[in-house]
Ligand binder design. Structure first.
Ligand code: ASP
Length: 290
C-alpha cells in the first residue's frame, strides 16, 4: 500500500506576523521528507506520527514542546495525544510540564490500563520512567507573555503565527494513526483542558484519522475529529465529511482547522480561520495548504 502523510503546525488569522509563512513551510517540509521516508521503509503509522510530532515539538517555532506558549500564571503546561486507528486506542497527557516531548509520554500510555493522565499523574509517570526534566521555555514566548500581561490577557489566543502541531499517517499495512501536541491556547486559566488530548481534537479509526488545531473550545463544541471519522466510517467520502463538518462549524462561527486522511489514501483538510500551516506527501510529491 502507498503510504500517506499529512502534518500541521497550527492555524491562525495572522499569517504575515512573526516571520510569515516561509520559515514554517521549510520546517514542515523537512519533517514530511524525513517521516515519509520512514513510512516508505515500512515503519508503522504510530512510529511515524510520533516521530513527526517529536520533530515539531523540538522546533521552537511551534507551540508544542520547546516554544510552547505560557498560561496566565506564566507556566507552561502541555497536552498531547496519540490515537492508533488500527486498535482504535487513544492515549494522552493533559497539562504535563517540565518535559521535552509530551507526545512520547502519550505514546507510552498506549500500553497502559490508564491511558489519559493529567498533570499530577503525568509527573508521577515521568518520575517512574526517569524522563529527564526539561524546560521548554523560549525567550520569544516569555516576551509575548510579558506583553499580553499588560492587556490582562484579553487575547482570544496567543498571537503566534504558527502553533499547535499534529500528524496523521497511513502506513504500508494500511494502518492509520493521528497525533496532536500543544502548549495550549495561550494565557489560559490554570487547569484549562485543551482539545488536543481529547477525541474531539485528535481521533482515528481503521477508516480515517483527524488532527485539529485552533480554538480548543470550538473544536470540543463540534466534537470535530470524531465527527469526521464517524462520518467516513459510516460511508461518506472523506471530502464530503470534511466539507459538511466545516460547513456546520462555519455556521456556528467556529475558529479552527483540521488535517485528515482515510484508508483509501485520500488526504483532506479544512478551516474556518484564515490560515492552516500544513504539508503532506500524497505518494507522488510534497504539497502545502498555503
Ligand atoms: N487547540 C489548541 C488548544 O486550544 C490550540 C491550538 O491549536 O493552537 O489548546
Amino acid at each position: 500500500m502507498q503510504p500517506k502523510l499529512i502534518i500541521h503546525g497550527g492555524a491562525g488569522n495572522s499569517i504575515e506576523s512573526k516571520g510569515g509563512k516561509e520559515p514554517a513551510r521549510q520546517s514542515l517540509h523537512a519533517v514530511v521528507e524525513a517521516v515519509y521516508a520512514m513510512l516508505l521503509q515500512g515503519e508503522s503509522s504510530i512510529d511515524a506520527v510520533v516521530k513527526a510530532c517529536q520533530m515539531l515539538e523540538d522546533d521552537p517555532r511551534f507551540n508544542a514542546g520547546t516554544g510552547s506558549v505560557l498560561q496566565s500564571d506564566g507556566q507552561i503546561r502541555m497536552s498531547a495525544s496519540v490515537m492508533d486507528g488500527d486498535r482504535q486506542s487513544f492515549s494522552g497527557v493533559i497539562n504535563a510540564s517540565r518535559l521535552k516531548n509530551p507526545i512520547t509520554l502519550a505514546q507510552t500510555l498506549q500500553g497502559s490500563k490508564d491511558r489519559v493522565l493529567s498533570d499530577y499523574g503525568s509527573a508521577e509517570l515521568m518520575r517512574e520512567l526517569a524522563v529527564p526534566i526539561f524546560n521548554p521555555l523560549t525567550d520569544e514566548r516569555l516576551a509575548e507573555w510579558v506583553e499580553e500581561r499588560k492587556n490582562n490577557f484579553q487575547s482570544n489566543m496567543a498571537s503566534v503565527s504558527v502553533g499547535t502541531i499534529g500528524a496523521v499517517a497511513l502506513d504500508r499495512n494500511g494502518r492509520i494513526c493521528a497525533g496532536t501536541s500543544t502548549g495550549g491556547r495561550g494565557f489560559e486559566r490554570i487547569g484549562r483542558v485543551s482539545d488536543s488530548a481529547m477525541p474531539a481534537g485528535n481521533y482515528a479509526s481503521k477508516i480515517a484519522g483527524v488532527s485539529c488545531t485552533g480554538v480548543g473550545e470550538d473544536i470540543i463544541d463540534e466534537g470535530f475529529a470524531t465527527r469526521v471519522v464517524v462520518r467516513v466510517t459510516d460511508g461518506m467520502s472523506l471530502k464530503d465529511a470534511v466539507d459538511k463538518s466545516f460547513a456546520e462549524a462555519r455556521s456556528r462561527d467556529r475558529d479552527f482547522a483540521a488535517i485528515c486522511l482515510d484508508v483509501t489514501g485520500e488526504i483532506a483538510w479544512g478551516k474556518t480561520c484564515e490560515a492552516l500551516f500544513a504539508a503532506y506527501h500524497d505518494g507522488v510529491a510534497i504539497g502545502y495548504t498555503l
